[in-house]
Design a protein around this ligand. Structure first.
Ligand SMILES: [Zn+2]
Length: 190
């Protein structure tokens, strides 16, 4: 059974093949779940999601991660332990590319923290630092952004946009708490 979650140096030079983002290749259980959550879209949303996900994973994540788009108006993102990430059209239409990239990084953060995928050394070994799984995924997600030379502020901006969005069903106090934690961490990097 797959676990599902709603919603992430050493100097030894070992040749490692890093993988990009793909679509397709789902289990029957996932296919049924996708139908219940609005069904998949294969239009320009999928092209955009694959492009942004690949920019994060290429050179940073060892296993292939598949990204899919659900035809759901509510902003939402999900990660499966099978290394499948789902983003809704509502989320994609709410966020710009930078913010959406940060949300995908958060989802990959869950996969790394739960040891469902492996990344470069800079992404490993921090999962126990925060007992709050969402904040821990945020922390790993901003490290993934950082590894890719992307601003950590993208995740703060994404959470703030979702916070201010009328269509977001997520508790605003929870988002405010995560935003404040990210802001405090960016001021005091360890
Ligand atoms: Zn999450």
């Amino acid at each position: 059974m797959f676990k599902i979650r709603f919603s992430y140096l050493t100097l030894i030079l070992i040749p490692i093949i890093f993988a990009g983002c793909q679509s397709g290749g789902m289990s029957k259980q996932q296919q049924n779940w996708g139908v219940v959550h609005g069904g998949l879209v294969h239009d320009e949303h999928q092209t955009r999601a694959t492009r942004l996900c690949s920019a994060l994973t290429a050179g940073a994540i060892r296993e292939p991660i598949r990204i899919h788009v659900l035809a759901t108006a509510a902003p939402a993102a999900y990660s499966w332990s099978s290394r499948d990430i789902y983003v809704s059209t509502g989320l994609m239409d709410t966020l710009n590319d930078a913010q959406l990239t940060a949300c995908i990084a958060h989802e990959i953060g869950h996969l790394i923290n739960d040891r469902h995928c492996d990344g470069v050394a800079a992404l490993q070994g921090h999962e126990g630092s925060n007992p709050d799984e969402e904040k821990a995924a945020d922390a790993t997600g901003v490290r993934l952004l950082s590894v890719n030379h992307m601003p950590q502020e993208w995740l703060i901006e994404a959470l703030q946009t979702l916070h201010d969005s009328d269509s977001c069903a997520c508790p605003r106090t929870t988002l405010e708490d995560r935003i404040n934690t990210l802001k405090a961490a960016s001021k005091n990097p360890n």
